[in-house]
Unconditional design. Structure first.
Lengths: 209, 209
DNA sequence: CGTGATGGATAGTAGCAGTATCCATTAATG
DNA sequence: CATTAATGGATACTGCTACTATCCATCACG
């Protein structure tokens, strides 16, 4: 398969494929002559993964690259790969809340984690986001939402465990890393759109017209 | 309060505040003389809301503007305001999946909605995202995740109902719209970070070292 | 043998979210 | 009251991201 065909099958424009090749998101095709390369199923698959992460998962190209490097290296534990996926979808944040709002929020989050018996490294990317979000909600007088943290955590804990179990059971070892990454990122998109649909449905019933 | 003080209290640089004023995200201060305006609590509050939506909710400035216009107009029903918030966090998507992958996914999503008795308008922004995500998951051989749709929906339905109840009960009528918008957008950030923490915790227990 | 596609390199673009600069005033301070 | 600093408002510039566009020497194919 040459580049035009790869473009046709994937729906990605040729210049964009060239760009991904330049950025090494996509491995080079096999050169059959100095200016002729052939691409295979691997490239098509990879291209689909890239587009899913970029379009659906809103992951920046640079982060996609890091994730793919993780998938391609066999010296990384699954836990490390998951860490990469997490970092990819968690923008690095400069703390914005005032100091004491943040210590209060930190306290609350740490309590939650302790209650749940979660093992979380203190520099986990999602931790800062959670703390900042709690602080922001309080500063916006929305403490009632913060009060839901435990209900949210209950529900989330349940299906996360199911997810992990399903992936480990139904996926061959060499595919697990990819499955976990996809599950982490596209799973979020899935959950988010389901939530919006549920909200719309409830809101329509309650406040339409 | 003049601009320097507003900047100090909010942590937002003066040029950025000027930018928000230009873009009409922030209402102008009350002019006390041709080049002197005074800002109040309203501005501080609004500024906090903007930063929360932008930094935590990852909402583009243009969308924030639409949301705020919604909040400021009293001729919009709550349902319409929620629609705005939803549109603000759902990037408009050019369908990317192949035609038959999309009809299959559409079928599956419609079945789900019917099973759940949800009322969803056919042009709901989240609907396209959900369909495209399902299609993408299948094309990436991750059907097992799609099989979780119902478990996800179960959990989500439950806490969404709780959320809506809490907001309507504990918020005064003129604050409901704002609460709903914040709940929709920052709630998502909250859920997402909780999920990542839960995942990290489970993954650490299972695959660490 | 001529037309069109290809790989590779380099340059250019659009959109977003601010920053920077300037200026004519006005406020604050000594 | 004179000087210094801050302000509102307008306009211009910047850095970043994710592509597009162009060019060219080389191939493939009819």
């Amino acid at each position: 398969m040459r580049i035009a065909e790869l473009s046709r099958q994937s729906g990605v424009p040729v210049p964009t494929i060239k760009y991904y090749l330049r950025e090494a998101l996509l491995p080079p095709g096999e050169l059959t002559s100095p200016n002729q390369a052939s691409y295979g199923e691997v490239h098509l698959r990879r291209l689909r993964l890239i587009r899913a992460l970029v379009d659906l998962g809103q992951v920046p190209i640079a982060r996609v690259k890091e994730i793919l490097e993780g998938l391609d290296s066999d010296s990384m534990t699954l836990h490390e790969q998951i860490g990469r996926a997490h970092r990819a979808i968690t923008p690095t944040r400069t703390p914005t809340a005032t100091t004491d709002a943040r210590t209060a929020a930190t306290q609350q989050v740490n309590d939650l984690i302790a209650r749940r018996d979660w093992t979380v490294e203190p520099d986990a990317p999602a931790l800062t986001t959670l703390i900042e979000t709690v602080a922001a909600l309080r500063s916006l007088d929305q403490d009632h939402l913060v009060a839901f943290l435990d209900s949210y955590a209950d529900a989330i804990e349940k299906f996360t465990a199911l997810e992990v179990a399903a992936v480990t059971e139904r996926t061959s070892p060499d595919q697990i890393a990819e499955s976990v990454v996809i599950g982490t990122i596209l799973g979020e998109t899935l959950i988010s759109s389901l939530r919006l649909l549920a909200q719309e449905s409830i809101s329509a019933a309650r406040w339409r017209g």
